[in-house]
Write a protein that binds this ligand. Structure first.
Ligand code: UN1
Length: 495
């Protein structure tokens, strides 16, 4: 059967890359299964997409926001209809288990409905003027062409976090999805088009970071850049954007800690740990990768966690009984292998996993759920993001020390505390240096209508979700003087 070839979406047309180059997108559960051929785009393709977007901007920015929002609402309805179909194709493309792929599509649906509602808000302020017969207010303006670079771990949800708020605010977009998951991004934008989005308002350029992502961040016609991915690439994107003074939203790594105190509901903490550490095969920026255990419960918790981790059903995510799918590609699998070796060298003890899975699973990128104990806070395995199914157990002597360990890293995305003590819960909310803190729930599972993002090396101060409207608009202050005379602010003051 002929393999399907997908174009770039530029100005409403599906076009090949100017270079004629394409790449294959493969199923991580079985790399021999090719999802399709996609365009390996370069600067020229990015330039065409930016041009098409800039052209569409003239009319899109003039469409009333509630009308723009209706297109998002219809997109949400269409996604709901296609949820199962898109989820199945996402599992085949990305590897996450079907229940989670459905959740990924659902997150895009939630974002569509949330941002559709924003079309009738997009609030500014009115405020009294210091001068008589003068009216003062602020309104939100769109920023123009927005460049978006998205990762493979949430192939539909994360593009929706960026596209939908940008669009409702009146911006136009060029999206460069991860080369591992372009199809899910194409499904999302196709759905927007079907819902009535005019040509050129959302464009897709597929390909690799250095060839397609870098020129997108650098293009002078791109007025704002939003990136989700590693801190290493985020730094490059941020530096590039800074050169042109572009607003740039960076959402990067995590090394998320779950603290389990002696008074916790241990059964609950155990379920949370398994879900937080091995959900999405540990490939979430919010994944639980450190569990800080108060000494009194450490042995029991460790024993039970290892038993459950070792019993997880790993396999092809399309099989509904499977609990953990493969890693996205060979490089991620090798990163897990490398960090297993690093942790062992540093003196951590490997309790389960630490190996690539063989037998029937040998052809896919499968790594066993992996637990390390005896981890010290200064070890690399306790500080560096792995993005795989590896979790480090760190023992501590009480709440204060737990918080100190949790905060003692360069990242600050998500944190969790398991305890029944309300005072400690509130102290954790106050003291944990992170953009998200959960009490009695794992570090993953953020909802789309709250701010999403982190502090320290996780981000540069912007937020998605509830913060996205602020990123995709610029303030304009408006003064209306109806006094019919010159009034000089700061000078014509009452005596
Ligand atoms: C990510 O891993 O980049 O909170 C996003 C969560 C998901 C989003 C994760 N809703 O785990």
């Amino acid at each position: 059967m002929a393999r399907k070839c997908y174009g770039n979406l530029i100005g409403g047309r599906w076009l090949p890359a100017r270079s004629g180059k394409t790449f294959l997108n493969r199923n991580p559960a079985d790399p021999e299964d090719a999802i399709g051929e996609f365009q390996a785009s370069g600067a020229e393709d990015v330039g065409l997409a930016v041009e098409a977007a800039a052209k569409a901007y003239r009319s899109w920015r003039a469409v009333p926001a509630p009308r723009r929002a209706e297109i998002l609402f219809r997109t949400g309805e269409l996604l709901l209809k296609r949820k199962e179909e898109f989820a199945r194709q996402m599992t085949r493309e990305m590897g996450k288990v079907l229940a989670e792929a459905r959740g990924d599509v659902q997150e895009a649906i939630d974002t569509a409905f949330y941002m559709a509602g924003e079309g009738r808000r997009l609030f500014g302020q009115t405020t009294p003027s210091e001068l008589p017969s003068k009216f003062a207010m602020s309104v939100r303006m769109p920023v123009g062409v927005c460049g978006m670079i998205t990762p493979w771990n949430f192939p539909m949800a994360i593009p929706s976090w960026k596209l939908f708020p940008a669009l409702v605010c009146g911006n136009v977009c060029v999206l460069k999805p991860a080369e591992d998951t372009p199809l899910s991004a194409i499904h999302l934008v196709e759905t927007l088009m079907e819902a009535g989005l005019p040509d050129g308002v959302a464009n897709i350029v597929t390909g690799f970071g250095p060839d397609a992502g870098a020129p997108l961040a650098a293009h002078p016609g791109v007025r704002a850049v939003s990136f989700t991915g590693s801190s290493e690439v985020g730094r490059l994107v941020g530096l590039t954007a800074a050169g042109e003074f572009k607003p740039c939203s960076l959402e990067m790594g995590g090394k998320n800690a779950m603290i389990v105190l002696e008074d916790a509901n241990l059964d609950l903490a155990l379920e949370g740990a398994l879900w937080g550490a091995f959900g999405t095969t540990g490939q979430r920026c919010t994944a639980t990768s450190r569990i800080i255990l108060e000494r009194g419960i450490a042995d029991e918790f460790t024993r039970r966690l290892v038993q459950r981790a070792a019993a997880l059903r790993v396999g092809n995510g399309l099989d509904e009984s499977v609990e953990m799918g493969p890693q996205i590609n060979l490089q991620q699998l090798e990163t897990s292998e490398r960090y297993t070796a690093i942790a062992s060298r540093e003196g951590a003890q490997l309790l389960t996993g630490g190996v690539r899975l063989g037998g029937e699973l040998a052809k896919g990128f499968y790594f066993a759920p992996t637990v390390f104990t005896g981890v010290q806070p200064q070890m690399r395995i306790a500080r560096e993001e792995v993005f795989g199914p590896l979790v480090s157990l760190i023992e501590c002597d009480g709440f204060e020390q737990a918080v100190e360990i949790a905060n003692g890293i360069d990242y600050g995305l998500s944190t969790a505390l398991y305890s029944r003590d309300v005072n400690r819960a509130l102290k954790a909310v106050r003291d944990l240096e992170a953009g998200i803190t959960y009490i009695n729930a794992p570090t993953i599972g953020a909802e789309v209508h709250l701010p999403f993002g982190g502090v320290k090396q996780t981000g540069n101060g912007h937020r998605e979700g509830a913060g996205a409207i602020d990123f995709y608009t610029a303030w304009k202050s408006v003064y209306l003087d109806y006094s019919d005379r010159l009034q000089r602010a700061q000078i014509d003051t009452p005596d």
